[in-house]
Ligand binder design. Structure first.
Ligand SMILES: O=C[C@H](O)COP(=O)(O)O
Length: 257
């Protein structure tokens, strides 16, 4: 039977998702974040920024001497081929990315991505040596219908490959209604969801599931980060808007100071 690793034994990660924001000038933000994190904080928490694809190479190069890493926001499931406009996981790895977000609700909504697509993209990430940051989360209508646990459990079951491990996978719970709205679930609601996710992952993956990092995402700000990051089985955050300004992002990271 799997052991029950506690959140305290899992090194947290705060990842910033810049979404479709930023330009080469934004790379100065990386330097400010890196300098603000410093080696002492970096020993307690991993820090990552996921810029738009055109910035991945320059960002990864800029971060070579900073205590942080670069991820990407999406990848195609295949390694190469006739897929105009798409980017493979191998290309992202070649540019210096160490991770890729898959299954973000904006991809699911805007591009019709289903759990099977997300799973294929996570497998592509593994193939390329990238960590897959797999996003799950219910809509407002699903929460109001009391379906959030079932929805997220199904997404977890169908989106995660059998090859998922604590080293190659991070799960991000992002209630769709909390993204960019300033709304967040109560601490009790986050705790309940993360406990369910931990239980599901441990049941399926054993020790790997017990020690997989589980992030909360959705309107994380400096003012609520300490409370959210202090919840059991919350091993960090996936941050959107507040990752665009170094001061705000550092304010969130400092929840681990
Ligand atoms: O990937 C990040 C999430 O969508 C959260 O975005 P937000 O922090 O702007 O609400």
């Amino acid at each position: 039977m799997a052991s029950t690793a506690s959140s305290q034994t899992i090194k947290p990660i705060v990842a910033g998702n810049w979404k479709m924001n930023g330009a080469r000038a934004s790379l100065a933000t990386l330097a400010a974040i890196g300098e603000g994190v410093g080696s002492q904080l970096a020993s307690k928490v991993d820090v990552m920024i996921c810029p738009p694809a055109p910035l991945v190479f320059a960002a990864a190069t800029a971060c070579e001497k900073l205590p942080m890493t670069i991820g990407a926001q999406d990848c195609h499931a295949e390694e190469s081929g006739a897929h105009t406009g798409d980017t493979s996981a191998e290309m992202l790895a070649d540019c210096g990315a160490v991770a890729v977000i898959v299954g973000h609700s904006e991809r699911r909504a805007d591009h019709g991505e289903r759990d099977a697509d997300v799973k294929a993209k996570a497998e592509a990430a593994y193939r390329a040596g990238l960590v897959a940051i797999v996003c799950v989360g219910e809509t407002r209508a699903q929460r109001e219908a009391g379906e959030e646990i079932a929805v997220v459990s199904d997404q977890l079951a169908e989106s995660l490959p059998d090859a998922a491990t604590a080293a190659n996978t991070i799960v991000a719970y992002e209630p769709v209604w909390a993204i960019g709205t300033g709304l967040t679930p109560t601490a009790n609601d986050v705790a309940a969801m993360h406990k369910v996710m931990r239980d599901r992952l441990t049941a399926r993956f054993g020790n790997e599931g017990a020690s997989m990092r589980l992030l909360y995402g959705g309107s994380v700000k400096p003012g609520n980060a300490a409370e959210l990051m202090g919840i059991d089985h919350v091993n960090g955050a996936l941050v959107g808007g507040a990752s665009l300004k170094a001061e705000d992002f550092l304010g969130i990271i400092s929840a681990y100071a």
